[in-house]
Design a protein around this ligand. Structure first.
Ligand code: CP
Length: 361
């Protein structure tokens, strides 16, 4: 049984195959209109969503399947204290595939350890958002014609921005990628992503203070929202929320064929005037989300036929058990009774398997 919990759960070749399938769906939607007839997708959304949940719903409907689920944990038995593990064991009796969004980091990984059906991570806390990454990759491929030899500027909340974390991981596996980081000091990219993803894959990274100073170099500007819901200190949010605002003036020196992406929702970090610029690709990006989720659902259900649950190890073989505790309060391992699992790093440290925070030994 294959799941999609992290961008790197699927190889570059498999990512390219999913993107090719999405392009084939765009070219001939009728061909795929019955491929999931009789199959059910459960959308378990413990956290708010517009695009991800509804694009999953729309995707399954376009494949001929049906959808069940909840969009508010308060209306499910989670409010009575049911764990993620028990919830997915139950939902597996009703559905063939599950898309889960959760505010606790690592919750979809826990789900994958207990599920009899494929689990898709639809966003877990500040950690990861791999289906947004597939959306971004399809958009880049359609807009730029390639996934290599690109200079991409990530701007805004790079600390809590799970879409940024997942996309950097994915792009770092392609040739000729340059990453420029544009963020306030307090919202810098987690250092482990810079060191253990970019440096390890020989992806040059650079931090700059303003978007203007790098604008002429960029092939892609990836804007993000400062995520109010992740801040523990409201005053800090108020101080940082307007750090970077993209407007037509700031685009003056940008390449004519640069594209502007944003996972959305936006608040004020891109002014409305920019929407009329042909380089603004963020609404085209949304539609690509449906096509790539169609390709993903179809692919995971095909893989499930090839490798049933009984042949799947419950826990990945690069993880080890330990007595250490993860220090991240937003990690599922600090909220539910889960196996204590860690991934050894090349420097002899351990990272929590659920949220990737470094743990003290
Ligand atoms: N991009 C994204 O995840 O949007 P939603 O939160 O609306 O699903």
């Amino acid at each position: 049984m294959r799941h999609l919990i992290d961008t790197t759960d699927i190889s570059v070749e498999e990512v390219d195959k999913i993107i090719s399938t999405a392009l084939d769906i765009i070219a001939d939607r009728k061909k795929y209109s019955e491929v999931c007839r009789g199959k059910k997708l459960a959308t378990l959304f413990y956290e708010p969503s517009t695009r991800t949940r509804l694009s999953f719903t729309s995707a399954m409907m376009e494949l001929g399947g049906s959808v069940l689920g909840f969009s508010d944990a308060a209306s499910s038995s989670v409010s009575k204290g049911e764990t993620v593990a028990d919830t997915v064991r139950v939902i597996g009796c009703f559905a063939d595939i599950i898309a889960m969004r959760h505010s606790k980091e690592g919750a979809p990984l826990v789900a994958s350890q207990y599920s009899e059906v494929p689990i898709i991570n639809a966003g877990d806390g500040s950690h990861a958002h791999p289906t947004q990454t597939l959306t971004d990759l399809l958009t880049i491929r359609r807009e730029k014609g390639r996934l290599n030899n690109l200079t991409i500027g990530f701007c805004g909340d790079l600390k809590f921005g799970r879409t940024v974390h997942s996309l950097i991981k994915a792009l770092s596996r392609y040739e000729g990628i340059n990453v420029v980081l544009i963020a306030p000091e307090e919202l810098r990219l987690p250092s482990y992503i810079r060191r253990e993803v970019c440096d390890k894959n020989h992806v040059p990274t650079r931090e700059v203070a303003t978007m203007e100073e790098v604008m002429p170099e960029l092939d892609i500007l990836y804007m993000t929202r400062v995520q109010k819901e992740r801040f523990l200190d409201e005053e800090e949010f108020e101080r940082l929320k307007d750090s970077f605002i993209l407007n037509p003036e700031r685009l003056r020196n940008a390449k004519k064929d640069m594209i502007i992406l944003h996972p959305l929702p936006r608040v004020n970090e891109i002014t409305r005037e920019v929407d009329n610029d042909p380089r603004a690709a963020y609404f085209r990006q949304v539609e690509n989300g449906k096509f790539v989720r169609m390709a993903l659902i179809y692919t995971l259900l095909e893989w499930a036929k090839e490798r049933p649950t009984s042949q799947t190890p419950r826990i990945a073989d690069d993880l080890v058990r330990g007595e250490m505790r993860c220090g991240n309060r937003q990690c599922i391992s600090n909220c539910e009774d889960v196996d204590r699992l860690f991934r050894p790093t090349e420097t002899g440290d351990y990272r929590c398997a659920y949220c990737e925070s470094k743990v003290k030994q």
